[in-house]
Design a protein around this ligand. Structure first.
Ligand code: MF3
Ligand code: CO
Length: 258
């Protein structure tokens, strides 16, 4: 996810046909993430292996990984553990039993891309981490439920932030969700915080990657020396869920699911 910028360009609206293609790509991305999760459940603990599998699976599903080479990103998949929030580079990463693991993958399919992320425990993890996972996933759905035409961007951010803070956790503010489809990151930006009835109007044809990043402690994050890995300042654990959705006349449709 990009860092927030002041300037707000116009959203890239998609046709019904484009949304249909992204739905098909999103389904395939869902299966890819399911396979990667299965590998972890069955004991895979190497980031490099997961990265290679992600690449193979993208090919198997007739598409390609989208992150590799984007602004110089060196891998196919993002693998982040514990206090790493997002954009962890999988090479040489050893995942330990009990780690809180985030897998984030972007997928090109027929010229359009979708983006999705999940958090899961590597084996058994702390009870507090399990709560963090559950709250972050619910926060994503709280945001998606506000993605209706005639609502505003702040309605999404407010729904996410108020739910997360009510559960005693914090939302990351230095990174945001984004438009997605013809490019990996498109306008508009989607903060995981905000106020009701603020921000740009939501429109039919928007395809958006909503991605709450939720910290167990404080909300502050920093970038590691590798230029990619984002970590919590206080060392608290962080969870991340992401879906690509489309706003239609009949409400939000999740594209990155079965
Ligand atoms: N899923 C991340 C995002 O939402 C991926 C960006 S990593 C990059 O924006 F490598 F592509 F930059
Ligand atoms: Co994203």
């Amino acid at each position: 996810m990009p860092e927030p910028k002041e300037a707000m360009a116009h959203a890239v609206l998609k046709t019904k046909e484009e949304i249909h293609t992204m739905r098909e790509g999103g389904k395939r991305l869902f299966y890819i993430l399911q396979c990667l999760k299965e590998l972890v459940v069955h004991g895979e603990r190497s980031g490099a292996v997961l990265d290679e599998k992600a690449k193979e699976l993208a090919k198997k599903y007739d598409g390609a990984p989208s992150f590799k080479g984007y602004k110089g990103y060196p891998a196919n998949l993002c693998v982040s553990v514990n206090d790493e929030v997002v954009h962890g580079v999988p090479h040489d990463k050893v995942i330990n039993e009990g780690d809180l693991l985030k897998l984030d993958f972007g997928f090109w399919y027929n010229g359009l891309c979708t983006d999705s992320a999940v958090t899961l425990p590597a084996g058994r993890c702390l009870k507090r981490d399990m709560k963090l996972i559950a709250v972050t996933e619910k926060a994503l759905y709280a945001g998606i439920n506000k993605a209706w035409e005639r609502n505003q961007m702040g309605d999404i951010g407010y729904a996410i932030q108020s739910y997360v803070e009510g559960e005693g956790f914090s939302v990351v503010r230095e990174l945001v969700g984004h438009g997605v489809g013809r490019d990996i990151h498109e306008p508009p930006q989607i903060p995981n915080y905000g106020s009701k009835k603020q921000g740009i109007a939501l429109k039919k044809g928007m395809t958006l990657a909503l991605e709450p990043m939720v910290n167990s402690g404080g909300s502050k994050v920093f970038f590691e020396e590798d230029g990619w890995t984002v970590k919590t300042v206080d060392g608290g654990h962080s969870a991340h869920f992401e879906h690509t959705i489309a706003i239609t006349e009949g409400g939000p449709i999740i594209l990155t699911k079965e």
